[in-house]
Design a protein around this ligand. Structure first.
Ligand code: BGP
Length: 486
C-alpha cells in the first residue's frame, strides 16, 4: 500500500459521551438527566429504534425515574467517573492527540436552573482535563449530548421553551470561564438534527398526547440554534482561541435509481439533513425552509434579533457523525424491505454490507460526504464519530481479536485520506466509543465500538476491567505514523 500523508497536527483520537460512559449517575451532586430515562420506557424491547425515538410524556419520565431496573446499564456507563486516569493513560498509550467527551450538564447545574453551579461537578472535569493535558491530549468537549437535566423537561417542557436558551447560555458561560485555559475545542449540541426525529432525545420535549409534534421540535431546534450562536459569541469573548463547532448526524442518501424523481427525493432528504448545518454554518435559514415548513405544517416563532444573532455568530467548524448511508426512492420499494440505521431506516443498498445491527457499511460514502460538505460550506470539517458496533469475545488470555473493526476503520481512514487529497480541510478523526460504552440506541453494552474492551454485560454486571483489543495496537500504529500505515 502506498504511503499516505495526513496534515501536520491532525487530531487523531476517540469519542465518548457522559451519559453512556461516566456512570456515577447519583454521585458528585449530579442531577438526573433525560438520558437516564430515554430508553427505560420499554426495557423488554430496547432494540427497536422506534422505542428509542418514542415520544415521551411526563408520566413515562416519572415512571422511568422511579423504575431503577429500567436504567441498567446506563446508570453505570463504563465507570469512567472512577477510572478516568486509567482510561486516559490508555489513550496516551495509543498516542491520542485529542479526546472527545461531553460534560454532563446536570453535574454542573443539577436541576438545570440552579442559581449556582455544583462545585463538585466542576472539579471532576478539572481533574479530567488536567489528566488529558498531562499527556498533551486536547480535550474536545460537547456541551449537550442527549443529557439535558430532567428539570428542564419536567419544569420547562424542554427546548420548546425560550427560557431554556438562557439556562444553556449560563451553563456554557460557566464552563467556558472555568476551563478557559484547558479546553479550546467545543461542540454545542450533539447531532442537533436528531431534533427533527426525536423531540425527547434531542430537546427534552414532552408530548402529553404521545405524538411527536414537528412544530414543537423545530421551535426547539430554533432555540438551540440561537443558544449555540450565543455560546459561540461568549466562547470567543472569553478566549479568542476557542473554536466552536456544530455537530450533525450526517446521513448521505443516494437516489435509488437514475429516475429524476428518485434524484429529487434524494435532494429532499439532503435538505432535511443539512437544514441544521445550513443554519449553523451559513448563519441563516436556507431558501428551501419556507416550503419545507409549509408542507410539513411546521410553524415556528422567532424573536426580534434572532436572525442577527444567527448571522453574526456562525460556528467555526462543522463536525459530524458518520456511520452509514441510506437510499431515497420516490415510490418506496414494493417489498417494503428496509434495514436499520442511526436514527433512520433505509432500503438496503445491494452494493453494501451491513453491521450486525443492519447499519450499512460505506467507506466511499465518507469520501462522498466529505466532498459534498466541504464544497457546500468551505469550513474545516471534523469527523467526531464513526465506527463499527460489533459483538466482541474476551479470550481467556485477555486478548480480543477484532479484525472486523480494523477492516472497517481502515477502509474509512483510507477514504478520509482520499478526501484530503481531493482538497477537503479535515481537522481530525475521533472514532466513536474508543473505550466500550453503553449503546445509545439499544442501551446495551454488547454493541461495542472500542479499542479498549470493558468487562461488563447488558445488565451492568462485571468487573469493569479494561483490556486492549487487537484494534488498540493497530490504531496506535496508525496514529504513530500519522496515517501513513494504512
Ligand atoms: C450517535 C450518538 C452516540 C452513539 C452513536 C452510536 O447517534 O451520538 O451517542 O451512541 O450514535 O450509536 P449506538 O450507540 O446506538 O450504536
Amino acid at each position: 500500500m502506498s504511503e499516505k500523508v495526513f496534515p501536520q497536527g491532525f487530531l487523531w483520537g476517540g469519542a465518548t459521551a457522559a451519559n453512556q460512559f461516566e456512570g456515577a449517575w447519583n454521585e458528585g451532586g449530579r442531577g438526573p438527566a433525560t438520558s437516564d430515562t430515554a430508553v427505560a420506557v420499554s426495557p423488554e424491547d430496547r432494540k427497536k429504534i422506534e422505542e428509542f425515538a418514542a415520544p415521551m410524556n411526563r408520566e413515562k419520565v416519572l415512571f422511568a425515574l422511579e423504575d431503577q431496573e429500567g436504567l441498567y446499564p446506563k446508570r453505570w456507563g463504563s465507570d469512567f467517573y472512577h477510572r478516568y486516569k486509567e482510561d486516559i493513560a490508555l489513550y496516551a498509550e495509543m498516542g491520542f492527540k485529542t479526546f472527545r467527551l461531553s460534560i454532563a450538564w446536570s453535574r454542573i447545574f443539577p436541576n438545570g436552573d440552579d442559581a449556582e453551579p455544583n462545585e463538585e461537578g466542576l472539579a471532576f472535569y478539572d481533574a479530567v482535563f488536567d489528566e488529558l493535558l498531562k499527556y498533551g491530549i486536547e480535550p474536545l468537549v460537547t456541551l449537550s449530548h442527549y443529557e439535558t437535566p430532567i428539570g428542564i423537561a419536567l419544569n420547562y417542557d424542554g427546548w420548546k421553551n425560550r427560557k431554556v436558551i438562557d439556562l444553556f447560555v449560563k451553563y456554557a458561560e460557566t464552563v467556558f470561564t472555568r476551563y478557559k485555559d484547558k479546553v479550546k475545542y467545543w461542540l454545542t449540541f450533539n447531532e442537533i438534527n436528531v431534533m427533527g426525529i426525536s423531540g425527547y432525545v434531542g430537546g427534552a420535549l414532552l408530548f402529553e398526547d404521545g405524538k411527536q409534534n414537528l412544530s414543537d421540535m423545530y421551535q426547539a431546534a430554533h432555540h438551540q440554534f440561537v443558544a449555540s450562536a450565543l455560546a459561540t459569541k461568549i466562547a470567543h469573548e472569553i478566549n479568542p482561541e476557542n473554536k466552536v463547532g456544530m455537530m450533525l448526524a450526517r446521513m448521505e442518501s443516494y437516489a435509488a435509481t437514475t429516475n429524476p424523481l428518485d434524484v429529487m427525493e434524494a435532494i429532499q432528504a439532503e435538505h432535511e439533513n443539512l437544514f441544521f448545518s445550513d443554519v449553523q454554518v451559513r448563519g441563516k435559514y436556507p431558501a428551501y425552509t419556507n416550503r419545507m415548513f409549509k408542507e410539513n405544517n411546521i410553524e415556528i416563532q422567532m424573536a426580534d434579533g434572532d436572525e442577527d444573532i444567527l448571522a453574526t455568530y456562525p460556528v467555526d467548524f462543522m463536525s459530524f457523525s458518520y456511520y452509514m448511508t441510506a437510499i431515497s426512492r420516490h415510490n418506496p420499494a414494493e417489498n417494503g424491505e428496509y434495514t436499520a440505521g442511526n436514527f433512520s431506516l433505509s432500503e438496503p443498498n445491494p452494493y453494501l454490507e451491513a453491521s450486525d445491527w443492519g447499519w450499512q457499511i460505506d467507506p466511499v460514502g465518507l469520501r462522498v460526504t466529505l466532498n459534498k460538505l466541504y464544497d457546500r460550506y468551505q469550513v474545516p470539517l471534523f469527523i467526531v464519530e464513526n465506527g463499527l458496533g460489533a459483538f466482541d469475545t474476551l479470550e481467556e488470555d485477555g486478548s480480543i481479536h477484532d479484525p472486523y473493526r480494523i477492516d472497517y476503520l481502515q477502509a474509512h481512514i483510507q477514504q478520509m485520506h482520499e478526501a484530503i487529497e481531493d482538497g477537503v480541510e479535515l481537522m481530525g478523526y475521533t472514532p466513536w466509543g474508543c473505550t466500550d460504552l453503553v449503546s445509545a440506541s439499544t442501551s446495551e453494552m454488547s454493541k461495542r465500538y472500542g479499542f479498549v474492551y470493558v468487562d461488563a454485560d447488558d445488565q451492568g454486571n462485571g468487573s469493569y476491567d479494561r483490556y486492549r483489543k487487537d484494534s488498540f495496537f493497530w490504531y496506535k500504529d496508525v496514529i504513530g505514523s500519522n496515517g501513513a500505515n494504512i
